[in-house]
Design a protein around this ligand. Sequence first.
Ligand code: KG4
Ligand code: ZN
Length: 307
Amino acid sequence: MKILAIETSHDDTSIALYDTKKIIKEITVSQTSFHQLYGGTLPEFASRLHAINLPIILKELLENYDLSDIDHIAYTATPGLIGSLQMGKIFAEALALVLNKKVFPINHMHAHIYAVCFNHEIIYPSLALIVSGGHTQLWHVFDIDKIVLLGETKDDAVGEVYDKIARALKLGFPGGPLIDQISSQYEGEFYDFSLLHERNYDFSFSGLKTKVTNFINQANMKNEEIDVNKIASSFQKSVVENLIFKTKWAISQLNPASIIIGGGVAANSLLRSEFAKLHAKALIPDKKFTTDNASMIAIMSNYLLKK
Ligand code: KG4
Ligand code: ZN
């Protein structure tokens, strides 16, 4: 099955050409360098940049590949920034009209789960932890068409908090990879930023965000020098401990045959190594399939259509 997939839910414009479990080509244009100027994603500009980038990517694909024999066009339908999603949908539908193909709307979060299938076979029932810039969720996965949300963050998403703490520490944007890098080299002591670990499927990170930003602001007000590496590493330690605690608790409740991790924050080195220890079948995607990409939209639509 040959599929053209389009992902525009947030600030990456991505198109992939896929054929039976293999990516023939994926082109992703990141808008990070633009949004960096503002310390976070500007939704209106994100949609405008998708409108500019989508035809450029398509042109490059058309120069090298024949798209007339694709079976269908898949695109991210939800969730995401409304304007950005609309750009992908309109582009997919226009292309489908020209090529006389069917369009296939895909759920972005489900695709984050199935991104693991480029490297692993899912063993059902599975438990999926999806951690990204917009979401922190636990899913019970029975099959490609039976994916049940168990719980999610009640306030900030984990990636969002990474980005906010990095901004408070003046590290840059996006904060996750920067804090990850600092923490992996850090060998000192930690501050106690630990979270209350409640035994349920939901998450909450706004308390931690307030605690760490207050700590930074108070030190700044007193003109005290702050230990950026210690704060960043203590923050990450606390976040990862909480995500691991929740996953462990969910495993004890559901006894899944495998566990999956996905989403942008799943690129985090500490989280990956701790997650791997939780289950004999801990399925961890290749780092390139953790952040937003059209390849995961393609594989999801392929599995759904085969069902
Ligand atoms: O899934 P994703 O690519 O996009 C959206 O949610 O839209 O996730 C992006 C998030 C950002 O908040 C970024 O800081 C975080 O993933 N991230 C990481 C790492 N790489 C990306 N967080 C922690 N450690 C990382 N290595
Ligand atoms: Zn995402």
